[in-house]
Design a protein around this ligand. Structure first.
Ligand code: NAD
Ligand code: UFG
Length: 335
């Protein structure tokens, strides 16, 4: 298939592009580099050994997208979004503009060009504070921050589009907690400034860039008092996108959880990372982080049923791969 990958130079997008190219798909990456760079595109080419077409542009530029889509594109994978929860609380309009207006421009361009196949990056954030775990796709949805609202709104917009155009086919993928890196150690997660997510923070402590980890709360009603999440290897996510592409073309909107289906506490992550890296990860307990939930993990059985997909890699492997990337590139793509 010829696939337009919006946001393909980002963390999840870059790993997915390598896997798509390895499966023989023709990939066009479209990215404005607001959270990535040309180095990533070059590494995607090196790792896959395939030629990658890259176009620098913004998904809000409907004309640019229409031109690209008219060139025989079969499907779009849409990763392009701003993703920082606290950033979205500080600048909600910037997030609404980028994530919502950007996706609507993309949908307009797809409609004009007659491209009717879409895989959309959603997030477990749409579940807000879960009433029960494991979380199924039919659990109640609620946005607890502007970023989450952008995902919830776009899920609904895409769902409505599928209702009005029975030929439009969309798969909405709700990622739980993406982690790890490509096994080569040449691409990985490269957060801007201090990481807000656990795994990249732990990796930066292990490599000596930061003194210690602050663990946000040790009084949750969990097995060791720290927060429990469903960490999913980024290569497993990449595989799910390739499988999702094969299911498009039948019309309708399908929503799928992408998680491993098991939870790990913060202390378990620290311990797994220490084993994988051979380094100590000093930590201290601090107050809970506003907005965090005690535990969240997926029921991924619908993805297994519909895509024939399940997670292959465990937490240990996520830590090993994240460490290979972090230790080889202490300053991310700048080193
Ligand atoms: P990322 O920031 O690494 O990648 C996003 C890419 O999109 C970047 O390369 C950025 O430059 C590009 N981009 C952003 N706005 C753009 C625009 N207007 N036009 C063109 N390009 C634009 O993020 P990621 O972790 O790879 O996340 C990918 C998707 O998955 C996002 O939609 C995110 O909301 C979603 N998601 C991520 C996580 C996570 O924890 N990483 C969890 C759940 C869902
Ligand atoms: N944590 C710490 N210290 C840190 C960072 C995190 O103790 O420095 C803890 C958190 O309190 C939580 C766990 O580690 O218990 C995981 O936190 P993350 O920030 O890595 O992940 P979240 O589950 O809070 O959120 C992530 C993304 C959201 C997304 C959500 C569901 O950041 O955008 O997963 O996909 F919505």
């Amino acid at each position: 298939m010829k696939v337009l990958v919006c946001g393909g130079a980002g963390y999840i997008g870059s790993h997915t592009c390598v896997t798509l190219l390895e499966h023989g798909h023709d990939v066009v990456i479209f990215d404005n580099f607001s959270n990535s760079s040309q180095v990533v595109v070059d590494r995607i080419g090196e790792l896959s050994g395939a030629s990658v077409r890259f176009v620098r542009g913004d998904v809000r530029d409907q004309d640019a997208l229409e031109t690209l889509l008219a060139d025989g594109v079969d499907a779009v994978i849409h990763f392009a979004a701003l993703k920082d929860v606290s950033g979205s609380c500080q600048q909600p309009l910037v997030y609404f503009e980028n994530n919502i207006v950007g996706t609507i421009a993309l949908l307009h361009a797809m409609q004009s060009a007659g491209v009717k196949n879409l895989v959309f990056s959603s997030s477990a954030t749409v579940y807000g504070e879960p009433e029960a775990v494991p979380i199924t796709e039919s659990a109640p949805l609620r946005a607890t921050n502007p970023y989450g609202l952008t995902k919830l709104v776009m899920e609904q917009v895409i769902g409505e589009l599928c209702k009005t155009d029975p030929e439009f086919s969309a798969i909405l993928l709700r990622y739980f907690n993406p982690a790890g890196a490509h096994p080569s150690g040449h691409i990985g997660e490269d957060p801007n400034g201090a990481p807000s997510n656990l795994l990249p923070y732990v990796a930066q402590v292990a490599v000596g860039l930061r003194d210690r980890l602050d663990i946000f709360g040790n009084d949750y009603p969990t097995r060791d008092g720290t927060g429990v999440r469903d960490y999913i290897h980024v290569m497993d996510l990449a595989d799910a996108h390739v499988k999702a592409l094969q299911k498009l073309g039948q019309g309708g909107c399908v929503t799928l959880n992408l998680g491993a289906g098991r939870g790990h506490s913060v202390l378990e992550v620290v311990s797994a990372f220490e084993c994988a890296s051979g380094r100590r990860v000093p930590y201290q307990f601090v107050a809970r982080r506003h907005g965090d939930v005690a535990e969240a993990w997926a029921d991924p059985s619908r993805a297994e049923k519909i895509l024939g997909w399940h997670a292959q890699y465990n937490l240990r492997r996520m830590c090993e791969d994240a460490w290979r990337w972090q230790s080889g590139h202490p300053n991310g793509y700048r080193s």
